[in-house]
Design a protein around this ligand. Structure first.
Ligand code: HEM
Length: 483
């Protein structure tokens, strides 16, 4: 990275940087930066732009609020159903038990699923069916593979392939998002090129029609999205395209790159959330039975529909909710984002005297490393430093004690540190969508099947645990045993 990096663990020291005080978000990986720029030498960073960040964030929160989630849920369900059908067919082809299924490689399959979710649910890209869709997905996988590759665009390297894939994707996306771009450009001019005014107008119109859709959802009505609501609904595509305009990028190319940004925000994060959660759940027959029992109660009381109301309410599915939080605590889907200091940062003040104080110079990076923070949780950790891994993190030798969704069900045992989705000014705006998707897949699978790992110690054999869990090839087959 070429800059000093400090890992900080005291919330008091981290508060300022994660509230944009004397620091700004930065991803200090040159391949990532190069692949995300609008055009060579033209970077885009709305998160660090003090004026544009607030309105841009409001656009996302509107797109992924209750009405948005309700509109996106049927799409997510259709995508998951198509993947589930393939897993069921794979089980039959492998000669499995009648009616059973098999996820041949959990890691690869959830990656394909999360890319499809990112294209069809998050970015809502109107791709034509058929060969082009398959080619688009392959290019997208290639693009994602290059983001954290070695920063050498030598022929055949992951970054060189990703740069080529980016041009193909931009060429394919440009015409597909042209109408959105023109619509947004018109609104942008009508708002006097003021981003805050544009966002006020768009989010107010969306809230007006979304309010009635949310009321219907609360009453349990599952109507198809009416056309007036669909037309007024702010989408993630609107959020990213307008964000680019706010920073002066108005071309068709910029609109296409902005949609790639939306896909990047959701694709691999969701993939690791799905992989980590399914892996942990597949290791625990007890947790699977608890989820199944809760789902039976939900069906008896609310009907079989997996609606946004059922999935979005911790009051209706408290255990399922707790399972996803616990999985994201124990094996977070991201190691956490860094901050670049724009001013010197004094840390350790007021704790243990001058010897424990330190000034971290401007220009350095600071990092809240999420798994370490979860290790140090004051509710779960007794401060014993004589063990390598405390009991609440030690899934290798204390699985039942470490993976305990029940801890989320009581205020006394609920974890205090939970940073998987960030915090403060940049708390993830997609977290409710991510929760909904993970809960939806778990409910769809566990209502029909028991999950069984073909290699029970798959996680312990993983070829990589940092920064993401990657299983050893051939160990991540999951059997779907019919109930
Ligand atoms: C399990 C899945 C996900 C995880 C673990 C995750 C994690 C995070 C984290 C840690 C941050 C904070 C970044 C920072 O502090 O610099 C963040 C921000 C963000 N996330 Fe997510 N995310 C997930 C899914 C999604 C999805 C589905 C979307 C949908 C588009 C999304 C959109 C965003 C955006 C736009 C931000 C920037 C917010 C801001 O700067 O105000 N994320 N996410």
């Amino acid at each position: 990275m070429g800059v000093p990096l400090y890992v900080l663990t005291q919330p008091a020291d981290l508060r300022g940087p994660y509230r944009d005080q004397g620091a700004e978000p930065d991803v200090p990986f040159s391949s990532f930066r190069r692949l995300m720029e609008v055009a060579p030498g033209r970077p885009y960073d709305v998160q660090a732009d003090k004026a544009a960040h607030g309105p841009w964030r409001r656009m996302f929160l509107s797109a992924l609020g209750p009405a948005g989630l309700q509109a996106l849920l049927p799409r997510a369900q259709a995508v998951m159903q198509a993947h589930l059908a393939q897993w069921e067919a794979a089980g039959t082809a492998a000669g499995g038990r009648s009616g059973g299924g098999c996820i041949p490689s959990l890691f690869r399959q959830v990656r394909l699923l999360s890319v499809d979710l990112a294209i069809e649910v998050i970015a809502e890209v109107p791709l034509p069916p058929g060969v082009e869709r398959i080619a688009f997905r392959e290019q997208l996988l290639c693009f994602l593979d290059g983001l954290f590759g070695l920063p050498l665009a030598l022929p055949g390297s992951s970054v060189a392939r990703a740069l080529a894939a980016k041009e193909e994707l931009v060429a394919a996306l440009g015409p597909l998002v042209a109408a959105d771009r023109q619509r947004m450009a018109k609104r942008w001019r009508a708002a006097g090129s003021s981003y805050a005014a544009l966002v006020d107008t768009l989010t107010a119109a969306s809230a007006a029609v979304g309010g009635s859709a949310a009321a219907e959802a609360a009453a349990g009505v599952q109507a198809a999205e009416p056309s007036a609501a669909a037309a007024a609904r702010v989408t993630v595509r609107d959020a990213v395209i307008s964000g680019f305009m706010a920073l002066g990028f108005e071309s068709e190319r910029a609109a296409a790159v902005s949609v790639l940004h939306a896909v990047v925000a959701g694709a691999d994060t969701t993939r690791f959330a799905l992989f980590n959660t399914l892996a942990l759940v597949a290791m625990s027959a007890r947790v699977q039975e608890e989820i199944f029992a809760e789902q039976e109660r939900v069906v008896a009381e609310h009907g079989p529909e997996l609606s946004a109301r059922v999935l979005g309410s911790a009051a209706i599915t408290p255990y399922l909710d707790a399972v996803v939080r616990e999985a994201m605590r124990l094996l977070p889907a991201t190691p956490g984002n860094m901050r670049r200091l724009t001013a010197d940062l004094r840390v350790g003040a007021g704790r243990g005297g001058p010897a424990s104080e330190l000034v971290i110079p401007k220009g350095s990076m600071v990092w809240r490393f999420v798994p370490l923070m979860h290790c140090l949780d004051p509710v779960l950790w007794d401060g014993d430093t004589s063990v390598d891994v405390p009991a609440h993190m030690d899934w290798r030798s204390n699985f039942e004690g470490a993976f305990r969704p029940e801890r989320w069900l009581s205020e006394d045992t609920k974890p205090k540190y939970y940073y998987t989705f960030g915090s403060d000014n940049h708390l993830c705006v997609g977290q409710n969508l991510a929760y909904m998707e993970v809960k939806l897949l778990l409910a769809m699978l566990l209502r029909k099947y028991r999950l069984q790992l073909h290699t029970p110690d798959m996680l312990a054999r993983a070829s990589q645990m940092f920064p993401f869990v990657i299983p050893r090839r051939g160990t991540d087959r999951v059997l779907l045993e019919p109930r």
